[in-house]
Write a protein that binds this ligand. Structure first.
Ligand code: C2E
Ligand code: MG
Ligand code: MG
Ligand code: MG
Length: 285
């Protein structure tokens, strides 16, 4: 069903393709409306300090509660927004919420950190970088409490612009973490030249490390290497106690995963994780 059309090189007359494009378009329109109406939900997954055995903070993760389709995963709608060049609006929304919530947590428990995911492409958007920094500076939080998580592909796609942006971000007192480390192409020695403070080991290595010996070796040596280079290391995807024990044995700094907690609303995070009584009960359990 391919056909030449006058004035066009190729035209597709394929119903399935038309339908898929139409659906994508509809989804994007609905998403725009949800962003405008502030209808996206931000949940928080606790980050647990494995050496101090204390709460370090949380990572903000976005959810889209669609009126008919239910909860839609960010893994579906984030790429849509990125392709459409409209990821900045969503990121402002998540950052604004995260800064608000962190400000409220800080009154009960000073010094917690909050990580926000920043899409690759946004690092080469100087107006985004300027505005995001201004938002953090205007918030009632201290240096180092806000962390931007960026994937390593971000820094490779446009190295010059990214490096400039990362330096600016770091200078503003915002921490930088390399997300999903190990899934991309970059070496730790390349990353070490960037102004980062932390790498986040991808869950694909962590989830199976108890049974998969080669992943265990990768995790153990990455932790050692990160430390040699003066970087903190976070493990995501901790699903059981055995994994947590191994990570502690290897000296991993921070852990995240379902075994510690699934992502929860700010209200639940506050009630369960910031209440010192609840914490004592949890620790002695
Ligand atoms: P990520 O930043 O690597 O986040 C970790 C993902 O692993 C989250 O999925 C989290 O819910 C999930 N996870 C946490 N612990 C466990 C565990 O023990 N086991 C397993 N199997 N999974 C675990 P989520 O929330 O679906 O987010 C997926 C990705 O979407 C994130 O990966 C991040 O790249 C992106 N994302 C989420 N929120 C935002 C956002 O506000 N902005 C941008 N640009 N991207 C976002
Ligand atoms: Mg992340
Ligand atoms: Mg990750
Ligand atoms: Mg990921």
């Amino acid at each position: 069903e391919q056909a030449f059309a006058a004035g066009q090189k190729w035209a597709w007359h394929n119903e399935e393709v038309d339908q898929a494009i139409g659906q994508k378009h509809n989804l994007l329109m609905e998403l725009d409306r949800s962003i405008e109406d502030g209808k996206l939900v931000v949940v928080y997954q606790p980050k647990w300090d494995l050496s101090a055995q204390a709460l370090d903070g949380a990572e903000a993760l976005v959810r889209w509660s669609h009126p008919d389709r239910g909860l839609i995963s960010p893994e579906i709608f984030i790429p849509l927004l990125e392709q459409a060049g409209r990821i900045d609006q969503l990121t402002y929304l998540v950052l604004r919420r995260a800064l608000n919530d962190l400000g409220a947590w800080d009154k009960r428990r000073p010094g917690l950190t909050c990580s926000v995911n920043i899409s690759a492409k946004l690092l080469s958007d100087s107006s985004f970088v300027d505005q995001a920094i201004a938002m953090v500076k205007a918030a009632a939080v201290s240096n180092g409490q806000v962390v931007f998580e960026v994937t390593e592909t971000a820094t490779l796609a446009d190295p010059d612009a990214s490096l400039l942006a990362l330096r600016q971000i770091r200078k503003a007192g915002i921490g930088i973490s390399i997300d999903d480390y190990g899934t991309g192409q970059s070496t730790i020695s390349y990353l070490q030249r960037l102004p980062i403070g932390e790498i986040k080991l991808d869950k694909s290595f962590v989830q199976s490390m108890v049974t998969d010996k080669s992943n265990q070796v990768i995790v153990k040596s990455t932790i050692a290497m990160a430390h040699e280079l003066g970087l903190k290391i976070v493990a995501e995807g901790i699903e059981d106690q055995q994994t947590m024990d191994l990570l502690m044995q290897y000296g991993c700094d921070i852990g995240q995963g379902w075994h510690i907690s699934k992502p929860v609303s700010s209200e639940i995070f506050t009630a369960v994780w910031l209440d010192s009584v609840a914490e004592e009960q949890r620790l002695s359990a």
